[in-house]
Design a protein around this ligand. Structure first.
Ligand code: NAD
Length: 357
């Protein structure tokens, strides 16, 4: 059956990097991959054209698609706007509208780029970890929340950390399903020594793995220790599963271990396996329009899409191998350039990946 992919270029470098990923999809379609591409507006460019960062037509197309490929949204032009219509609202609306509760953030450091990390090469070369972050619950959404005035007249800010059992079960399953395709090790990160909510998290994670994934080796770690271990010896991890806020912080730390923001893809999945795929970086207004952005994170997002939403693991492997080959050839965009390598622009990198495919 034909799979439908919605392309949302977005703002800043979004259209430039997405164009290179679309070249890859077009090539695969030409070779027989049964996909159909649609294109929609999101973010600041959608606001400019329609007055809202997430037009109803975009959300409708996203609901009907098997997967969404997003570039990036935002930029200084739209910062003065009211928060309700800022570009980022388009992203949040897509996540909520599609029920994308599972956020997959790989941190991979290709040995060819080990010198880009702020850590010593032997600590990070060959790093390959997957952080699975709960995306639609926890303290970012819990009620009640707000700022209230106490009887003393002092103001008090408050938020609520809540997780129901079914929310923990489904994110742990999501992590285990991924671990089954990798090293079969899951580390659940919590703060069970202080927070009752994550005490429940630990209990439910233990039950789900014991009952449903006996092949998986489950460990637990407090979030403060996990932050230390990520810097000390990141290669000890295979899959990390954690709450929305802990995942937000740990996944950025893990991404920065690699030192190459233009290389990292991400995925957000719902219960039906439908997903939104995007590079972890933003719209990079400082280099937008110059044609020099690194499109590899977006091309690797296509690989994740093939693997996790389109059931095309072998094709995903081909893309991953093409990226490795291009790095082996010494082809580099400016952000990952080093002595003795060949510098190319955004389109040049896309062409190199196509040639390697
Ligand atoms: P950013 O990720 O856009 O840029 C940070 C730095 O990394 C910049 O120097 C940029 O040039 C560089 N960079 C990023 N992607 C690159 C690539 N593919 N190739 C080469 N260099 C790259 O983060 P920022 O500057 O903090 O944010 C810029 C805008 O993006 C803001 O409006 C922010 O809100 C938005 N943003 C959007 C998303 C998203 O769409 N998911 C995520 C983060 C930030």
């Amino acid at each position: 059956m034909t799979k439908r992919v919605l392309i949302l270029p977005g703002d800043g470098i979004g259209p430039e990097i997405v164009a290179e990923a679309v070249k890859v999809l077009d090539r695969l379609a030409g070779e027989g991959l049964d996909i159909e591409l649609d294109e929609g507006l999101v973010g600041g460019s959608a606001y400019d054209a329609t007055g809202t960062p997430l037009p109803e037509s975009t959300l409708q197309m996203a609901r009907e698609a098997d997967a969404v490929l997003l570039g990036a949204v935002g930029g200084p032009k739209w910062e003065p706007l009211d928060i309700a219509v800022r570009p980022e609202k388009g992203l949040l609306g897509l996540r909520a509208g599609l029920g994308l509760f599972s956020n997959l953030r790989p941190a991979i450091l290709y040995p060819q780029l080990a010198n880009a990390s702020s850590l010593r090469a032997e600590i990070v070369a060959g790093l390959d970890i997957m952080i699975v972050r709960e995306l639609t619950g926890g303290i970012y959404f819990g009620q009640p929340r707000g700022v209230r005035t106490l009887e003393t007249g002092e103001r008090q800010g408050f938020n609520t950390l809540v997780y129901a059992e079914h929310e923990i079960e489904r994110i742990v399953r999501s992590a285990c399903d991924i671990a089954m395709k990798r090293g079969r090790r899951v580390c659940s990160v919590d703060k069970a020594n202080v927070l009752e909510c994550t005490e429940l998290w630990r209990e439910v994670a233990t039950r789900v793995v014991k009952q449903e994934y006996p092949e998986i080796e489950l460990s637990h770690m407090y979030v403060d220790n996990a932050a230390m271990q990520l810097i000390k010896w990141p290669k000890q991890f295979d899959v990390i599963v954690t709450t929305n806020m802990f995942g937000d912080i740990l996944s950025d730390a893990a991404a920065m271990l690699t030192g190459s923001i233009g290389m990292l893809p991400s995925a957000s999945l719902n219960a039906k396996g439908q997903g939104m795929y995007e590079p972890i970086h933003g719209s990079a207004p400082d280099i937008a329009g110059k044609g020099v952005a690194n499109p590899l994170a977006t091309i690797l997002s296509v690989s994740m899409m093939l693997r996790y939403s389109l059931d095309e693991a072998a094709t995903a492997d081909r893309i991953d191998a093409a990226v490795v080959e291009v790095l082996d050839q010494g082809v580099r965009t400016p952000d990952i350039m080093s002595d003795g390598m060949t510098e190319v622009d955004c389109a040049g990198m896309g062409d190199a990946v196509l040639a390697a495919l």
